[in-house]
Design a protein around this ligand. Structure first.
Ligand SMILES: Nc1ncnc2c1ncn2[C@@H]1O[C@H](COP(=O)(O)OP(=O)(O)OP(=O)(O)O)[C@@H](O)[C@H]1O
Length: 226
């Protein structure tokens, strides 16, 4: 008996929804009223000139910053980065993660694998397979595996930050200018990693000043401040 086809990505309910979300601090507008949705398997590019509010929107969508007007929801419910429910679903590279200064690049990722393997979420999603070690290879970091963070260039640190971000289960992925400091070849690795996450049903929102990356990845574009 034929089975019903899978719903296409854009018919699935959004994972993240911002409705007229705005951020104003002491009279300064960090984010003008902005509405956005991120649905499973979709890739939304957030565009706009320097200072438009792209990073602020990503912080709002990550539950790191509460909008001063409008709403933001995770699967229709509350969103707060401090809650386990939000952290379980959302992976974000908005501000660079603090790397352990005394751990090598490889050990940072091995540690993440160990942490997820020991958590109920990780055990459920079969994380034992080691997303951290896979991310090491995905971002071409194997040759740097024995280096410490202070021995890395800024682009190499960005790659480690990306590997750390991808080394976990997620429903939504938020990336602020993931291409920054990367050469064209490494930007290609980022594009492949994002496309692979999207193909697994992850909702991706990324800001970028790289027209090629946007052209390659984005299903939809949102111009902040337009
Ligand atoms: N802590 C803060 N206090 C006051 N204003 C801020 C603060 N952080 C950012 N802003 C302002 O908020 C606005 C939006 O900043 P945001 O970082 O979101 O822009 P952006 O679109 O990501 O820019 P870019 O492309 O340069 O990264 C800018 O005008 C910025 O100067």
């Amino acid at each position: 008996m034929p089975t019903a086809p899978d719903p296409t990505p854009n018919t699935r309910p959004p994972i993240l929804t911002a409705s007229d979300a705005a951020v104003t601090v002491d009279g300064a507008v960090l984010l003008p009223a902005t509405s956005a949705e991120a649905s499973p398997g979709e890739c939304l590019a957030v565009l706009g000139p320097n200072g438009a509010g792209k990073t602020t929107l990503l912080r709002v969508l990550a539950g790191r910053l509460r909008p001063t007007a409008g709403t933001v929801r995770l699967r229709g419910g509350p969103l707060d980065e401090r809650s386990a429910a939000t952290r379980r679903e959302i992976a974000a590279l908005i501000d660079p993660p603090a790397l352990y200064p005394d751990l090598t690049v490889r050990d940072q990722l091995v540690l993440i694998d160990a942490a997820w393997a020991g958590s109920p979420d990780g055990a459920e999603s079969g994380i034992m397979a080691g997303l951290g070690t896979a991310a090491l290879a995905r971002f071409d970091l194997e040759a740097l595996g024995d280096r410490f963070p202070h021995e890395l260039s800024s682009g190499q640190r960005q790659l480690v930050s990306l590997a750390v971000t991808f080394a976990r289960p997620m429903s939504a992925l938020l990336l602020d200018e993931p291409e920054q400091r990367l050469d064209p070849g490494r930007r290609g690795l980022v594009a492949e990693a994002i496309a692979e996450a999207r193909s697994r049903g992850v909702a991706v929102v990324f800001s970028s000043h790289d027209a090629g990356l946007v052209e390659r990845l984005a299903d939809r574009r949102l111009r902040v401040g337009a």
